[in-house]
Design a protein around this ligand. Sequence first.
Ligand code: EPZ
Length: 421
Amino acid sequence: MDKLRITGGRRLSGSLRVSGAKNAALPILAGTLLTDEPVRLANLPHLHDVTTMLELLGHLGAEVLVDECMAVEIRAREMQTLRAPYDLVRTMRASFVVLGPLLARFGRAEVSLPGGCAIGARPVDQHLKGFEALGARIDMADGYVIAEAADGLRGADFRFDLVTVGGTENLMMGAALARGTTVLRNAACEPEIVDLGNFLNAMGARVRGHGTPEIVIDGVERLHGCAWRVMPDRVEAGTYLIAAAATGGRIRLTDVHPGDLTAVLDKLAESGAEIATGPDWIELDMHGRRPRAVDIDTAPYPGFPTDMQAQYLALNAIADGTSHVTETIFENRFMHVQELNRLGANIELASVSHAVVHGVPRLKAAPVMATDLRASFSLVVAGLVADGTTVIDRIYHIDRGYETIEEKLQTLGADVERISG
Ligand code: EPZ
């Protein structure tokens, strides 16, 4: 199992190109199942999760071609099976979003129930309620969801009980080929939803209102192939901004949409960072200062993203002052607290969803263990500022969501090395 060795104390400084967004790429890849024509995708990040989704598409019967520029062409002409197996769904919950495209185009889908994961129970009840509203029959057998709509899905007016990103994506894709109009209320507004809606429209779908809580989809009979460039990864961008700020450094990010990061940029400015933005770039300069502690409450977009809570907690851990961090999306997303405390942080878990962070001036290196994707990066942030050499074990979690992490950090001047094993 690979480890990451980080010797702290260097200020990050330099420029980075942001990769394509994992959380936009995954549903868009599933969306290629909606047509029998070729779909060409650019700016896919080279990540384990993307490979898993390509593997699933191949398993279902799609032809997957990768060209010399790393653009991927997918053609889902005929399916070999409509069953997404446990082995693939278990390793990556996001594979559950193949249900909508398969059901809408072929009238049937069998998708393994994803089960819980480290950050919480993460049920899929809203996805299933939505498909029932669109006329599907849902049964469970041997840990699989068996969804059937022999005469196709039909448009409906559906309100989510809570805001769900994956649920909104799954339903949007199902509704794109349904008969009649679907209205999705209390829909997620995340930028990845906007990217998916625009991608579907490039395939001939009629989606509007994506990016607002009310999405309206006029179903069409068929969709066609298209070429699409996946949006930049706002979580990767925010993560490197936070890392640079924690080290007192400066960073320029290119190929990024600053508008997608407003909540995080506002917090970084409160922490004392000087920030400048252009149409597709962001510059942050901390001028060597120690950050100020700021309170964080995670919330659905446009609120502060849960996917950057752990990294910000690490920044607050070395900030001047005490801060309160509240997680409202997932019920178990503070596993990094214990590991950060091993590095000398002083963080109290007041409840399962609320941490009180007493900023300390210095952290001290220790061996630590990655527990989930974003939590792992909080340990990287801490390692970058700690005295001595920190070894982070189980970094396969990081490789699921951060492309070439050690190369990107080295470009910024960090003393980082991957230890293969
Ligand atoms: C997406 O997960 C992201 N994943 C997550 O990113 C992100 O943390 C999350 O949205 C929230 O922003 C991808 O896009 C691939 P949800 P998703 O459905 O769609 C509950 C990362 O680090 N819920 O919006 O699975 C659920 O338990 C990952 O990159 C139900 O109760 O999240 C959670 O508490 C981790 N019933 C909340 O809603 C449902 O049917 C939000 O989940 C669906 C969800």
